[in-house]
Design a protein around this ligand. Structure first.
Ligand SMILES: [Zn+2]
Ligand SMILES: [Zn+2]
Length: 385
């Protein structure tokens, strides 16, 4: 018997007992006959049977895909994207019936009903929107839920890098997390993970959410500031990932000024660096001493900082930071300005008072130092490769 005759015979046997829609019937044999359209094959195999019976496997889901397609269109209407993929959640009973028939008639190597459903939806969606189906790296992922007739959309995160200047004192770099969700995102915080807006992080986030939409922005900072610090020069580099962005192709201004923060050179990158980045900071500290400053003691700073400074953490960790340049200027009998270029990550206030940082400035000049203002004049990234 030829393949088509054999298939036709078996198909007839099956639908006599288990009536199937064109898609489900065709799917059982299309691989064997090397045909691409399940629906057309099913139609051909059934010849001209007209019946009001429902499909034993899918209960006619394939004939009623329009509402699901509409759900996909609706959930993606505010998103900018060029590629997509579709996943589905369907009733276990549908899959059970599909498995049952396949094993009863020993039909091997054919697609499951779920695979065919998502393929059919993808095909129709692609046709309607001209978007590209991409299994490997899609911009958005639909999850169509056939059980409760809903559709969820997740959009691939985007990564950016940029720099910022902080031109006003008195607010912190990082944002406190929303107390309700500890930063995960909830209704209280509009899914952004924080509620207040007075930080560098919040200001940059607000700018980026305005451009891209999205929920959470996750930052990687190249070094940290103090509340009182300014960040000058070419600014501090940062990396950020925006989760669930709505827009992907956005023209970003070269520079964005707010009253306290300037964001510049912000651009989309393929991913944020995996390895920790090394950098050097030029830091200017305004120092007040307890006693009158002896100029001879200030001179010792250069000599002592020729060797790395050792930092001891409570955790037992020990780190060394090199200091590449030391400059000082006495301003009055108990005030001086110290400007250093140091390896990134030196804890400035502890370095000043000598709190588990050896040697500290206070120890070297034998005078208790306090520093209520320190500014970053420049932050330079060092490429390690
Ligand atoms: Zn069916
Ligand atoms: Zn929250």
């Amino acid at each position: 018997m030829s393949d088509i005759k054999e298939v036709s015979f078996l198909a007839n046997q099956i639908i006599k007992k288990y009536y199937l829609c064109n898609s489900c019937l065709g799917r059982l044999f299309s691989k064997k006959l090397k045909l691409s359209s399940n629906r057309l094959l099913g139609k051909k195999l059934k010849k001209n049977i007209h019946t009001s019976k429902k499909c034993y496997i899918c209960k006619n889901l394939f004939d009623n895909l329009t509402p699901y397609l509409d759900l996909m269109l609706e959930s993606s209407s505010t998103y900018g994207f060029s590629s997509f993929v579709v996943g589905a959640m369907i009733k276990p009973s549908v899959i059970d019936r599909d498995d049952y028939l396949r094993s009863k008639y020993q039909l091997r190597g054919i697609d499951g009903v779920k695979t065919d459903l998502t393929r059919e939806l993808s095909k129709q969606f692609a046709k309607k929107t001209r978007k590209i189906l991409d299994f490997l790296n899609p911009d958005v992922t639909f999850t169509v839920n056939f059980k409760d007739k809903t559709c969820q959309l997740r959009s691939k995160q985007i990564s950016l890098q940029g720099r910022y200047n902080k031109i006003k004192r008195g607010f912190s770099q990082k944002q406190k997390s929303c107390e309700n969700c500890s930063g995960k995102g909830c209704r209280v915080c509009d899914f952004h993970g924080f509620t207040e807006s007075d930080s560098v992080e919040a200001k940059i986030s607000k700018f980026l959410f305005g451009k891209f939409g999205g929920t959470i922005a996750k930052f990687t900072w190249i070094g940290g500031d103090d509340k009182s610090s300014l960040v000058l020069g070419r600014g501090r580099p940062f990396f950020v990932r925006i989760q669930n962005p709505e827009k992907r192709k956005v023209k970003l201004p070269k520079i964005l000024k707010t009253d306290s923060v300037i964001i510049h050179n912000c651009k989309i990158i393929s991913d944020i660096p995996k390895k920790p980045l090394t950098f050097r900071s030029t830091i200017e500290m305004k120092i007040i001493t307890e006693n009158e400053i002896q100029s001879s003691n200030l001179k010792k700073l250069k000599k002592h900082f020729a060797n790395p400074v050792v930092i001891y953490e409570n955790s037992g960790k020990r780190a060394e930071k090199k200091i590449f340049s030391v400059k000082y200027k006495k301003n009055s009998k108990n005030k001086f300005t110290l400007t250093i270029i140091a390896e990134g990550g030196l804890p400035i206030k502890r370095f000043m008072i000598g709190d588990n940082v050896v040697p500290g400035v206070s120890q070297i000049i034998e005078n208790n130092c306090n520093c209520d203002e320190f500014d970053f004049l420049e932050i330079k990234m060092i490429t390690n490769n």
